[in-house]
Design a protein around this ligand. Sequence first.
Ligand SMILES: Cc1cc2nc3c(=O)[nH]c(=O)nc-3n(C[C@H](O)[C@H](O)[C@H](O)COP(=O)(O)OP(=O)(O)OC[C@H]3O[C@@H](n4cnc5c(N)ncnc54)[C@H](O)[C@@H]3O)c2cc1C
Length: 406
Amino acid sequence: MATDHDHQVLVVGAGPVGLMTALCLVERGVDVRILDKEWRPTLHSFALALHPETLRSLEEFGLAHDLTERGRRLERILFFDTARQIGRIDYTALPSAHPYLLVVPQSILESALEEKLRQHKVQVEWNHQALAFHQDDHGVQVEIAELEKVSLGYPIARSEWAVRRKQQVDVDYVVAADGYRSTTRQSLGIRFADYGHAQTFFVFEFPYTAELPPEMRIVLGDGHSNVFWPIEDGRGRWSFEVSMSETETPGMDQFRKLLETRAPWFSPVPESIYWSTLIRFDRRLSENCGEGRVWLAGDAVHATGPVGIQSMNVGLREAGLIARNMASALQGGGEAGLAGYEKACRSEWLELLGVEGAPSLTGEAPSWVQADPDRITPCIPGSGEELSRLLTQIGLHYAPRTATVT
Ligand SMILES: Cc1cc2nc3c(=O)[nH]c(=O)nc-3n(C[C@H](O)[C@H](O)[C@H](O)COP(=O)(O)OP(=O)(O)OC[C@H]3O[C@@H](n4cnc5c(N)ncnc54)[C@H](O)[C@@H]3O)c2cc1C
């Protein structure tokens, strides 16, 4: 087994949060290696919008301008019931250099981050899986498998991933941004605590034949949240919250029926779909964000509903915080900052998940907000002070007790 002693930090996972962590570390002069068990970046665009605060943090790397050029600005959220528009939130009221939501496919964000890393001479090592960790007071030993596709089977051709070679890496720290099913979190024995109210969504991407509206549209129904995103010319996405008992990928018939019953005002009525899927979202938070020299970030730490795109956006800012504190620890500044990262991250998520400090109703709250205020926070693309300002517009008072993770 080959051994590598050359790197200070190993980032496991090259999703948006891992890429951002690696970039923030490299910019601080840290020697980084980043790997991912997949054979290429995502082609999907699961999380498709950036919050204003995220764009501000991307400015640091000269990425906000390019992404804004490639994305689509949405200046407001409109709220609907089945019959009509019932409310709105304007992003233009935010005191931000980017007072809008930016719709940009996750794949474009990831390739922009990867390209920036390449400019720093850091290449993502695709097809590399972190298998196991052993840590002591001085560092972490990581076992890595390099994967390759091997052809199997005759007469029916098929292929399977196999381990081409194994290597052992010695690093000072590991950041695992290895997603919702984080095997790092599991191997550290960290509980992914459940905060209830999981949600199942049917998602449909479809040809949108009219001019796209300049807003995100949220439909709040009886116990369900639904969202329409104008993605790009000729393309829209609807996500409908459905019963937890649903298990099958939905088709055009279900799409038509959901539109008729939940958004009959929507036009033009779609006649086909590009793709559809069924996804379940839990509400969870890790009891710790790491242990010793192995730390977690992004979906490895938290899970929430998809409407407000909070998990990826807050995760991208966690990347900046953990990188800053890890760089400082590597430069002899001690590890207190890493404990501070955990505290800030968990506090923010306990609030976003409504476990602590949930927004309260003010006298200005309209009846649709009064009906179910807890359901609204996870639907708003924002966090921290920005979320507070947005919620004020619909009569909710939210005072984040901790500074936003930045
Ligand atoms: C099907 C689906 C639909 C989604 N829809 C939405 C949505 O509508 N709205 C929304 O806001 N969010 C959505 N999300 C969530 C959103 O994609 C995530 O919040 C975002 O990608 C988080 O980024 P991350 O970097 O933390 O984790 P991920 O993007 O999950 O990246 C983790 C990476 O780690 C790699 N990895 C895992 N284990 C290892 C290992 N042992 N060694 C090496 N690499 C490893 C994986 O291959 C992966 O590339 C969706 C996610 C999924 C899976």
